[in-house]
Design a protein around this ligand. Structure first.
Ligand code: UDP
Length: 384
C-alpha cells in the first residue's frame, strides 16, 4: 500500500502543499506541535473586545503574484485594507514609508516631487556605489538625517545589532516615494481575510485526504513510515541542532485593552529610544468593516530568540549563512525530506512568497513522482 505523506507544520507552507497533494490523490497527515493551525499568521477573536487579533503580531496580505492572489481568494473573501503606517520620532508624528509628506514635514519644506527627489539625492552619500549593509543602503538613498530619525534606532531595537551588521535587503523592503502615496506596500493587491487568517488556512485544509494532528510533534525518526516528508519547522531542529542553533529574533507582546479608538491607526512605529518597544498595533483597525466599542492593542518588543521561544525573524548574518550552508549540505543528503517555508529554509519570507513557493513545491513533487525522479531537499535554494 502507498505510504502517506507527512507534513510538519500547519502554516501556509504546510497547508498549501497538503491541499495540492490531497487533490492529486495522496493521503496527507499534518503534524502541528501547537494547539492551532495557521502558524504565526494565526488569528483569533478576543472574547472581551470581540476584536480579531493577529496573535503573533501584525500580518497584512499584499502581493504582485496573480496566482497567489487568485489562490487565497478561493478560500476567503478579502476585504479592502491598505496599510498606512505612522511613525513617531523626536516627539513628532510622520507618515511611512518615506514619502513627500514625510520629507516636507521633516525638513519644513513644501517641495514638489522632482524637488524632493533632487533634495534627497543631494543628501545621499554617492560614494556608496554598491550598498551592502543596511546602513549603506540608508545613507545612499535617504541620507544621514532621515536614516537616524526613522531607521537606525528602530533597527537596533528590532534586530539587536547595528545596521552596519545587517544586509541592505532588509531596508529594501521599504519603498521611498516622491508623491503623497503613503501605502506601506508597492504591491498590486492588498487586503485582509474577512474572517481572519486561521479561517483561511482552515478552508485550505478542508479537503478529503488531509488529516491534521494538533499538539503533535513529529520525530524525524518517524520519517520512514511516510512516502515523503515536507518539513516547515526550523531546519536546525530537524538535525537536532548538530551544527549549532541558527539565530532568530523573537517577539514579546504586551497586551492591553481600552475603549474607543486608542491610537487612530493600526500600526504606529516608535523609531527613537524614547520607548523600548518598536511598534504598537491596534488590531481592530485591521478590520475597518467591523464595529467594536472596545479595543485591544499590542506593544511589540523584540529580543534574541532562546531555546523555548517562538522563532520569528531569521537573522542571516554572514556567519549564520555559513552555518546554514552546513545544514543545507546534510539536508541534501537526506532522502525523502523537503525543507520548506520561512523556518525550513531560514529566510525572511512574506506570506505571498511562502504560498507561491509552496505551490511550486507541490508542482515539483507531482512532476518528480510522474517522472520517477528524486524530489530534492529544497525547491528554492536557501542560500540564494
Ligand atoms: N524599519 C525601520 N523603521 C521603521 C520601519 C522599519 O528601521 O519604522 C526597518 C527595520 O530594520 C525593519 C525593516 O525596516 O526590520 C523592515 O521593516 P518591515 O516593516 O518590512 O518589517 P516587518 O513588518 O516585517 O517586521
Amino acid at each position: 500500500m502507498q505510504k502517506n505523506i507527512a507534513i510538519v507544520g500547519a502554516g501556509f507552507s504546510g497547508a498549501v502543499i497538503a491541499r495540492e497533494l490531497a487533490q492529486a490523490g495522496y493521503k496527507v497527515e499534518i503534524f502541528e506541535s501547537r494547539p492551532h493551525i495557521a502558524g504565526n499568521c494565526h488569528s483569533e477573536r478576543d472574547a472581551e473586545t470581540g476584536v480579531m487579533v493577529h496573535i503573533y503580531g501584525p500580518h497584512i496580505f499584499h502581493t504582485d503574484i496573480e496566482r497567489v492572489w487568485e489562490y487565497v481568494n478561493r478560500y476567503s473573501r478579502f476585504m479592502p485594507y491598505v496599510n498606512r503606517v505612522k511613525a513617531i520620532t523626536n516627539n513628532s508624528v510622520y507618515t511611512l514609508p518615506i514619502n513627500l509628506l514625510t520629507i516636507n514635514q521633516f525638513f519644513g519644506k513644501t517641495f514638489r516631487p522632482a524637488e524632493a527627489q533632487a533634495f534627497l539625492a543631494s543628501l545621499g552619500d554617492k560614494t556608496i556605489e554598491n550598498p551592502v549593509t543596511f546602513e549603506d543602503q540608508a545613507l545612499r538613498f535617504v541620507g544621514r538625517e532621515l536614516y537616524e530619525a526613522f531607521f537606525k534606532t528602530y533597527t537596533v531595537k528590532q534586530w539587536g545589532m547595528q545596521p552596519t551588521e545587517l544586509p541592505a535587503s532588509i531596508l529594501k523592503r521599504l519603498p521611498v516615494r516622491f508623491n503623497y502615496d503613503d501605502n506601506y506596500f508597492n504591491h498590486k493587491y492588498q487586503g485582509m481575510p474577512e474572517d481572519g487568517y486561521t479561517s483561511l488556512v482552515e478552508k485550505i485544509l478542508d479537503v478529503p485526504g488531509v488529516t491534521v494532528h494538533l499538539n503533535t510533534r513529529f520525530d524525524p525518526a518517524q520519517k520512514d513510515e511516510y512516502a515523503h516528508v515536507f518539513y516547515s519547522g526550523p531546519i536546525d531542529a530537524w538535525f537536532n541542532h548538530a551544527e549549532g542553533r541558527l539565530p532568530y529574533r523573537t517577539l514579546d507582546f504586551e497586551v492591553f485593552r481600552d475603549t474607543g479608538d486608542y491610537q487612530g491607526n493600526a500600526v504606529i512605529n516608535y523609531c527613537d529610544n524614547a520607548q523600548p518597544y518598536t511598534r504598537i498595533t491596534e488590531h481592530k483597525h485591521f478590520s475597518p468593516w467591523e464595529q467594536h466599542e472596545k479595543t485591544l492593542l499590542y506593544k511589540e518588543f523584540s529580543r534574541q530568540c532562546e531555546e523555548k521561544d517562538i522563532p520569528y525573524y531569521p537573522i542571516r548574518q554572514a556567519r549564520d549563512k555559513v552555518q546554514l550552508e552546513r545544514y543545507v549540505k546534510v539536508a541534501n543528503e537526506e532522502p525523502n525530506v523537503t525543507f520548506v517555508g520561512r523556518l525550513g529554509t531560514y529566510r525572511y519570507l512574506d506570506m505571498d512568497v511562502t504560498i507561491n513557493e509552496a505551490l511550486s513545491t507541490a508542482d515539483k513533487f507531482l512532476a518528480c513522482a510522474k517522472g520517477n525522479e528524486r524530489m530534492p531537499a529544497f525547491v528554492i535554494d536557501p542560500l540564494a
